[in-house]
Write a protein that binds this ligand. Structure first.
Ligand SMILES: [Zn+2]
Length: 272
């Protein structure tokens, strides 16, 4: 969620050496990421999530940036100027997709932020959506309904059954932004729907949580898909080669698991 950090210059000098234990943040009782366990979640009867303009072509090229914490891709409007967005379920507003980024491990370690049924995955994709009721991020970050994040686990396999060609293209492009602050522009041959290829989008965990990077504000309604996306090592390993602002390898960029405290995690089945 480093998209927000531009407004918090002082907080932007953090690293993952201790996975967040050393961050100066006001941790409350609704922090992320957490351990997600299907058998312990409450069955949700919420209506379906609606995905708007997720299947439409982007109006312009895409921009990838190494911000020293992750690689981020801003989500441009589609051809008619509108933004891909989500609504429905129990959301009270329209949430516009603004940015996506990744968390990952290294050659030796898995690096997803959430765990699902006690399992950590090789990587985790976050698609950040901002409440359309707020004009700017710095306004949205002050309200508990400021953001929605869709999260998907990534698993390295030899020969994925479905090739995630959008993720393959983004990860290939990441080789162009190895150094801190490097940016690269490329033309997408995919839509935002293709980024979630093979995922059953109506089956998910959902809970109230926080940004997983400083200032870790408790302003995120999380939707985490239990099904993962398979990806070849040759693509995901491009992320392991990035470096941070110290020139050190940018690897294992995930925050430690946080306490559930007094929260309910809901699980929605696709058939409902
Ligand atoms: Zn994230």
């Amino acid at each position: 969620m480093n998209y927000i950090l531009r407004n918090y210059a002082k907080l932007s000098h953090f690293n993952y050496d201790q996975h967040g234990k050393d961050w100066q943040v006001n941790g409350g009782k609704q922090q992320s990421p957490i351990s997600l366990i299907k058998d312990k979640a409450v069955l949700s009867k919420a209506p379906k999530l609606s995905f708007l303009n997720y299947n439409k072509t982007f109006s312009g090229p895409l921009n990838l940036i190494n911000n020293g914490h992750t690689v981020t891709m801003a989500i441009p409007p589609i051809d008619d100027g509108r933004q891909p967005a989500i609504c429905g379920c129990k959301l009270k507003s329209l949430y516009k997709a603004v940015q996506l980024h990744f968390h990952w491990g290294s050659l030796e370690n898995k690096g997803s932020e959430h765990t699902i049924n006690y399992q950590r995955y090789d990587g985790e994709l976050h698609i950040l959506h901002q409440n359309s009721a707020y004009k700017e991020q710095k306004e949205a970050i002050r309200f508990p309904d400021g953001f929605v994040v869709l999260a998907v686990m990534l698993k390295i396999v030899q020969g994925p059954k479905i090739q995630p060609r959008a993720l393959n293209q983004i990860c290939s492009e990441a080789a162009m932004v190895r150094d801190f602050n490097k940016a690269s522009t490329f033309v997408a041959n995919f839509t935002l729907r293709d980024v979630l290829t093979g995922i059953e989008r109506q089956e998910f965990f959902t809970y109230m949580g926080s940004l997983t990077t400083p200032p870790c504000s408790e302003v995120v309604n999380w939707f985490v898909f239990p099904k993962h996306i398979e990806i070849s090592k040759k693509y995901l390993q491009n992320l392991w080669l990035l470096t941070d602002e110290r020139g050190k390898p940018l690897v294992n960029n995930y925050r430690n698991l946080q306490r559930l405290c007094n929260r309910t995690v809901y699980y929605r089945n696709a058939s409902k």
